[in-house]
Every structure is written in C-alpha cells, then in structure tokens.
Design a protein. Sequence first.
Length: 173
Amino acid sequence: MLLQSKELGITSLKIADFGLARLLQENSMASTTCGTPGYVAPEVLMQMPYGKECDYWSIGVVTFILLSGTPPFYEEDNFALFEQIKACKYDFEVETWNNVSDEAKDFVSKILVNDPKTRMNCEQMLAHPWMALDLSNKNKLTVAKSALSKYISVRKDKSQRFNAEGDEGEQDF
C-alpha cells in the first residue's frame, strides 16, 4: 500500500505489487500456496482452496499495523510465524492499543478470524461503526505513528542487512 503523502491528512491510498495476483471468477477458488509471510491467511497456509476472503485477512493485518505500528503476527522463524497465523493468535496488549478505540479493535477482530466464512467482507467493513467515527482528533494517532515509524525502520534495516548478505530481502513463499 502506498500513501500519496506522509501527512496525517491522507486522501489517497494506492495498492501496489500484484505479482502473485490473479482474477478469480465468481465463486471460484485458488489453491496456490503463496503470499508474503506476515500477511498470508490461515486457509492459504493450510493449503485449502481459498477465495477473496484471504484478501480480507490481509486488510485486517494492514489495519492492525496501521493502528498499532506492530504486526499482529511476528516470529523470526517462518514455521513459528505460520503456526501463530494458523492459530489466529494475536492480541491488543501492545501499549499503542491503549490509544485505539474499541470500535477499531472490534473492526480488526472481525477480520482477523480464522474461519474465512465468518470473516467480515468488504460490504460489512464499510458498514462497520468504526468507519463512521469522527477521526479528527489526530493526537491519538501520534503514538501509533511513532510505533509505525519504528516498525518501518526495523524492517528497512533488516532488508538492507539481507541484501548486503546476498539475500533478496523479504521473499514470498
């Protein structure tokens, strides 16, 4: 996801990197095990046929990161990370969640659901009460913005370290 501006008054969000994307016919399913490790849905990891619900999961992961500055699932070892994702094991215990509304937590918790059939879809996301909140009080965003900057810095440093060692940085699986 790319933001048009670094300012908090963001008006334009662009989605990029469709390297593994494919169009699915209505009611069809995909089965290729692929994706970026921290964002991949449990059904993909369990090698079950999947549909657009795996994209809803990724929206939940991105929202979690944007609200808290930390990923919902994190392990250095991919096997441990995948086990954490398959168990849908995350929490709102990080300090930055103290400044996040209950509506936002509810929004995330209804997307990061193990069962794709009960995961909130796009229409439900748009109708969620969090979407109607007045977010003009930007002071609460300062803590999350600081945590997010730290998270981005750590990922950037890790990527540069991998590239210096001859790896290609974060890879799809």
